[in-house]
Design a protein around this ligand. Structure first.
Ligand SMILES: Nc1ncnc2c1ncn2[C@@H]1O[C@H](COP(=O)(O)OP(=O)(O)O)[C@@H](O)[C@H]1O
Ligand SMILES: [Mg+2]
Length: 356
């Protein structure tokens, strides 16, 4: 077991384009399941490849436990990576694929046989040991890729979007299995995904990356309840947070309000007379009859999902989504009243940073 520490890790592939990683500083705790979350191209794979030693960072330091591994060969790092495309050897059987890394290390044959069997048992692959990858389903291939990592008993596991090639129905099951594996092995695991649902359901903590930079590091609850900026606010949640452009206004002597499009919200703000961005999650926006809420809005799109309905609104020129329970009795073109939960508003400055 070991912590993984990244200190101002930067990576540029060439001089002309933006760096893939920019001064990424992050400590993954010993035995933690940490998710690296961000949109495609934000540098997730690059970060993992640098930790694994497959890419050389341009700058910065990587520590595993007390060891500086920045310039060590991949094999010397005691790290196993599971790739997005599984990277199985097509001409080798399941048994040979799982055994491969141990064979390379010249582990004694008896030990290889025992560890391969144990791993296959753990992953439900016992009956498939003599098949080749082409004879396996996607889920089974996924397990073999996992098996190749587990059998090495590494200190640190790196997962690069390992479930993205699986059917949607298989994914929740595999998520559960991976977490079970984490509990059993007590290893440090860094799990990369662009899927915020996966991140929220799996991560003990989540590091949100955007354009090679760390935007926020926190528990799922912290990201949901106190997003550090507009990017995280919009990225986390299903759907993400509404962010409206507003103005703080002074009304009478002490009352303060924020006006956004057709909404007027009686809230006190630290910077109450400037431009603000107001965030409110769709699940914290209630609908009511016209003129009975904070303002009125027009219904643009209705998405009934069964247990809930997403109602897309135009609030005086600003887009706003409300998530209401059950089947909402509204239709496109209706005018409705909108009432955001005033206790659950978020405020961001012009640059997108959270206001205290
Ligand atoms: N081998 C490479 N050569 C040049 N640019 C690369 C290479 N690998 C990644 N990049 C660039 O680095 C950025 C981050 O890529 P990547 O780490 O793969 O993102 P992610 O895994 O988050 O989708 C992207 O702009 C990508 O085009
Ligand atoms: Mg990637």
């Amino acid at each position: 077991m070991a912590s993984v520490t990244l200190r101002r890790l930067s990576k540029s592939f060439d001089r002309t384009s933006q760096p893939a990683l920019q001064e990424l500083t992050l400590e993954v705790r010993d035995g933690e399941f940490l998710v690296l979350l961000g949109p495609s191209g934000c540098g997730k794979t690059t970060a993992l490849r640098c930790i694994a030693g497959l890419d050389e960072p341009t700058d910065g330091q990587i520590m595993i436990g007390e060891r500086d591994v920045t310039h060590l060969a991949p094999a010397a790092r005691d790290v196993a990576m599971v790739f997005q495309n599984y990277a199985l050897y097509p001409h080798l059987t399941v048994r040979e694929n799982i055994a491969f890394a141990l064979e390379m290390r010249r582990v004694p044959q008896a030990q290889i046989t025992r560890r391969v069997l144990e791993t296959a048992e753990r992953l439900g692959l016992r009956a498939l040991l003599d098949r080749r990858p082409a004879q396996l389903s996607g889920g089974q291939r996924q397990r073999v890729a996992l098996g190749r990592a587990i059998v090495r008993e590494p200190q640190v596991f790196l997962f690069d979007e390992p479930l993205s090639n699986l059917d949607a129905t298989l994914r929740p099951e595999m998520r559960g299995e991976l977490l079970k594996l984490h509990r059993q092995l007590r290893a440090t695991m860094i799990y990369v995904t662009h899927d915020q649902v996966e991140a929220m359901t799996m991560g003990q903590r989540i590091a949100v990356l955007h354009e090679g930079r760390l935007r926020q590091l926190g528990t799922p609850a912290e990201l949901y309840e106190r997003p550090a900026d507009v990017f995280v606010a919009r990225f986390v949640g299903h759907p993400g947070m509404n962010v409206l452009q507003g103005r703080g206004t002074r009304k009478r002597e002490r009352t303060r309000a924020v006006e956004c499009g057709s909404l007027a919200l009686p809230v006190a703000l630290p910077q109450y007379d400037g431009e603000v961005q107001l965030g409110v999650r769709p699940e914290h926006v209630a609908l009511c009859p016209p003129d009975q809420g904070a303002g009125n809005a027009d219904v643009l799109v209705v998405e009934p999902l069964g247990s809930e309905t997403l109602v897309h609104l135009d609030a005086g020129g600003q887009p706003l989504v409300a998530k209401v329970a059950g089947i909402a009795r509204v239709a496109v073109g209706d005018r409705v009243g909108v009432q955001p939960d005033l206790a659950r508003l978020h405020f961001f400055d012009g640059s997108g940073a959270r206001l205290a």
